[in-house]
Design a protein around this ligand. Sequence first.
Ligand SMILES: NC(=O)c1ccc[n+]([C@@H]2O[C@H](COP(=O)([O-])OP(=O)(O)OC[C@H]3O[C@@H](n4cnc5c(N)ncnc54)[C@H](OP(=O)(O)O)[C@@H]3O)[C@@H](O)[C@H]2O)c1
Length: 229
Amino acid sequence: MLDKKIALVTGANRGIGKEVAKELAELGWQVIATARDQSKATKVANDIGNGAVGFPLDVTDEASVKLAASFLQENFTRLDVLINNAGVIGNHAVVDFALDEISSVMDANFMGPIRTAKYFMPMLRKSPDARIINISSGMGELASLESGGYGAYRLSKSSLNAFTILLAAELRGTAVKVMSMCPGWVKTDMGGAGATRSVEKGAETAVWLATAAGVKTGKFYRDKNIISW
Ligand SMILES: NC(=O)c1ccc[n+]([C@@H]2O[C@H](COP(=O)([O-])OP(=O)(O)OC[C@H]3O[C@@H](n4cnc5c(N)ncnc54)[C@H](OP(=O)(O)O)[C@@H]3O)[C@@H](O)[C@H]2O)c1
């Protein structure tokens, strides 16, 4: 029998990531709660309790991702679930061509999950049931692009969804599944106080994708249902 399931969550120091990390730890999982700031990683691991470990990880910094991968390799036998939650928003419309904003949002929301998938893949491949859960957004749904606005953010999440489809296809036949999900509009620093969902509701589908049997690789989920890209 396998020992505790092992999950690593990016951007776990607040919002949806913190809630997902907390709930998995409560379910008896070994959680590695990461934050780009070492002190925030340590604090969140203490807040979560249940044996959670904090580790610094900035998904825009390749050296930082490599260091986290080495930490995993030295301290754990495998990684069962990677939750690519870390994200940033940008407010400009694409027609503003705010190049710095587009680059920085793409770097965190699109390149970040590619970096973590790359460097954590050897440990994910050691799991008999590995899952990469990309926290995307309904704002990246192709049909929603017709609304315009939030150019950098929408581009980053549509691109993240494309990465999910491609990586899942290339990993078919292995034990590694890759899913995207939308948490809905959630009351966090990013979602704002006017959002309609609690962090618990926002975390629900991520926890389900991490734990449930029969989830389908290469799909986009909201509220535990497959939605269109
Ligand atoms: N809230 C919503 O309504 C909503 C809707 C759809 C999708 N989402 C997605 O859900 C995810 C979580 O969002 P949230 O609402 O919980 O946002 P949040 O409260 O703003 O939290 C974002 C988290 O990402 C971290 N982060 C940002 N850049 C990072 C980097 N380079 N490396 C590591 N961590 C980084 C932040 O760390 P710091 O504290 O260091 O900044 C923070 O922990 C995001 O991917 C977001 O796009 C949210």
